[in-house]
Every structure is written in structure tokens, then in C-alpha cells.
Design a protein around this ligand. Structure first.
Ligand code: ADP
Length: 329
């Protein structure tokens, strides 16, 4: 059967925002126009589809946004889209404009919604991985991760200066509820003594032994980086409490980096991958390749069926954890 020809594309950003989403929107809009397709921006993710907040875009709608963090289309979490009635409403709003293809920029939750919607209404959907957490299989990069991790590194370097001046131990909490990539990358890049992530369970005993053993060797012990979703301790405050109980002489402070990691101008890498992915998403729709997530693997475009993309998660290479141990010794 010949794939349905797509003529009008809707683009939306959904779920958690990430720097670089604007560069992806720009690429989708400009590639669509180049291919002679109409393109519509859907405001606040699936909420805009349900509430009919949909606007035609032209080349100028995306002028001067490639360097901006956040998303000009706004983003949201939409409860109604979980219900068949909500998705039906969304479909009616697309149908009345003749929108027959969707590009969804978001995380795995947004892809689950896209997959369901596409199965129900036969609208082809392409997913672009927009998340700072890098927790999606099928791509070496996700839009926003590089910026978030660089923001974390810059902040942690500054914390380390003051930690060093006072001989203090800082427990720095970075984002990552289910995935430890930001903690792992920023921790290695800043020379943290310990990195605590959801994917590996460093026990309380291991942490305390590690810190005391290093102190005995007169190594400066300034920095522990913990992902917010670390399962053993449950965040930086609890790590600090435990360290204070077990090593009372340690002058311990907590710093939670929080939402600063979501904002800011995207790095060159995030702008590049967002531009390549946005372009590839439209080319997919034009060529009749439907219901895939666009990724980049080994610097080549890579396409993962959406149903697989929502099932699989990236696993942390155990060698990285070994590197942490060796380099922080
Ligand atoms: P992210 O895309 O960042 O993982 P969420 O998990 O919050 O963010 O998902 C974003 C939105 O996608 C949800 O608010 C909802 O509208 C839609 N969505 C997520 N999962 C489903 C699902 N199983 N069925 C329908 N819609 C979903």
C-alpha cells in the first residue's frame, strides 16, 4: 500500500522543556515550507490540540529563536489527552484544518501519547527526543542534555572553588528522577569524589568508607554529586544528614541546582542535533516513514519505531562507573 501523502504538518513541544526545542521547531517549520507543506504550531503540547490553540506558521514565525532556551510554542502536561474523549477532541481540531502529520518534540511520555493517537486516528507521528535527562533509547543525544550538563558543570566548578577555600564538603543535587546521566557526566567532568545515581546503588557504608578513606590519605574531599532520583538516599539533603551523623567533623553543605538546568541558551551541540532532527522528522513524513522517533547514533540519523522508543530506556555503561572510581581515587 502506498503511504498516505502528508500535506499539512502540526508541530508541538510536550512534557518537560529542554534547551534546543526552539532550534527543533525552527528546523521543522523551515523544512516543511521548503517541501511545500503547510505547517501549524500547536501551543502547550497536547493541551493546544485539545483546546484548539493551533496557528499556521511561516518562515518568520521562527526567526531569531535558534539561540533561545525554553520553547516558543510553550509546553504542558495535558490530563485530557489521557482520555479517549480528549484525544477525539484533539483529532477533530486537526481534521478541520486538514493537518495530516505530527511532529512531537518531548520525552517518552509524549511519545506514548503520540503512539496512542496515531493508532486511533491514523495520523502519522514523528517523535524528536527533547529531554535534559537523556533517558531515551535509540539516540546518543537528546535535545537539551548537553546544555543542561554544561550548566551543571559551570555551577559545580563555582561551588568547588568555595568548597576548596573552606575545606567543606558539598553535596550537589542535579536533575534526573529516573536517570543519572546529568549526575554521571557532570560528576566526572568536575572530578566529584562520589556520584550517586538511580542506576547504581552505592550503599551508605560504601559512601562513608570512600569519604573517610580519602580524608585519611589527606585527599581533599569537596564534592559529591547526587541525582535527585537516587534510590538509596533519596536526594542531597538525606546524603548530607547521613554524612553529618557518620562523619561529624565534616563541614557539609547542600546545594540543589534545580530548574537552572532547564534554562539558558542551547549549546552548539544541542542546536545542531535539534536542527538535524527537525529536518529529518519532516523528511520522514514526506517519504512516508511513519511513527518513528528520530535519533542520532554514531553521528548518523537513526530511526526507532515509536512503540520501541517508549519501551526501552538507555542503560548506563558499567565502564563509566569504573572510570568514576579510578579517576576520583
Ligand atoms: P515527557 O514527554 O517529558 O516524558 P510526560 O510524561 O509528562 O512528559 O508526558 C507529556 C504528556 O504526554 C502528558 O501530559 C499527556 O498529555 C501525554 N501522555 C503521556 N503518556 C500518555 C499516555 N499513556 N496516553 C496518552 N497521553 C499520554
Amino acid at each position: 500500500m502506498q503511504p498516505k501523502k502528508v500535506t499539512k504538518i502540526g508541530v508541538l513541544t510536550s512534557g518537560g522543556d529542554s534547551p534546543g526545542m526552539n532550534a527543533a521547531i525552527r528546523a521543522v517549520v523551515r523544512t516543511s515550507l521548503y517541501e511545500g507543506l503547510d505547517v501549524f504550531g500547536i501551543v502547550r503540547g497536547y493541551s493546544g490540540m485539545v483546546d484548539d490553540d493551533i496557528h499556521q506558521m511561516d518562515s518568520r514565525s521562527v526567526a531569531n529563536i535558534i539561540q533561545r532556551g525554553g520553547t516558543v510554542l510553550k509546553t504542558a502536561r495535558c490530563k485530557e489527552f489521557f482520555t479517549p474523549e480528549g484525544r477525539q477532541k484533539a483529532y477533530e481540531n486537526l481534521k478541520k484544518r486538514g493537518i495530516d502529520g505530527l511532529v512531537v518534540i518531548g520525552g517518552d511520555g509524549s511519545f506514548k501519547g503520540a503512539q496512542k493517537f496515531s493508532n486511533e486516528f491514523d495520523i502519522p507521528c514523528i517523535g524528536l527526543p527533547g529531554t535534559i535527562d537523556k533517558d531515551i533509547a535509540g539516540s546518543d543525544f537528546t535535545i537539551g542534555f548537553d546544555t543542561a550538563v554544561n550548566t551543571a558543570v559551570e555551577a559545580i566548578d563555582k561551588i568547588r572553588d568555595t568548597a576548596d577555600a573552606h575545606d567543606r564538603l558539598f553535596i550537589v543535587e542535579v536533575m534526573g528522577r529516573d536517570a543519572g546521566y546529568i549526575a554521571l557526566h557532570s560528576g566526572i567532568a568536575t572530578g566529584a569524589e562520589n556520584i550517586l545515581i538511580p542506576e547504581s546503588s552505592t550503599s551508605i557504608e560504601d559512601l562513608i568508607t570512600n569519604l573517610t578513606e580519602k580524608s585519611k590519605r589527606k585527599k581533599l574531599v569537596n564534592l559529591v554529586v547526587v541525582a535527585e532520583g537516587d534510590k538509596v538516599f533519596g536526594g542531597a539533603e538525606n546524603v548530607s544528614k547521613t554524612v553529618k551523623e557518620r562523619i561529624p567533623e565534616a563541614d557539609t553543605r547542600v546545594c540543589i541546582l534545580g530548574h537552572i538546568q532547564r534554562g539558558g541558551a542551547p549549546t552548539c551541540l544541542d542546536r545542531l542535533i535539534a536542527s538535524r532532527m527537525g529536518y529529518a522528522a519532516v523528511e520522514c513524513l514526506v517519504q512516508g516513514r511513519h511513527n518513528v522517533m528520530v535519533g542520532i547514533v554514531n553521528n548518523q540519523m537513526h530511526y526507532t519505531p515509536l512503540d520501541l522508543a517508549v519501551k526501552e530506556t538507555q542503560t548506563i555503561d558499567q565502564e563509566w562507573l569504573r572510570i568514576v572510581k579510578i579517576l576520583a581515587s
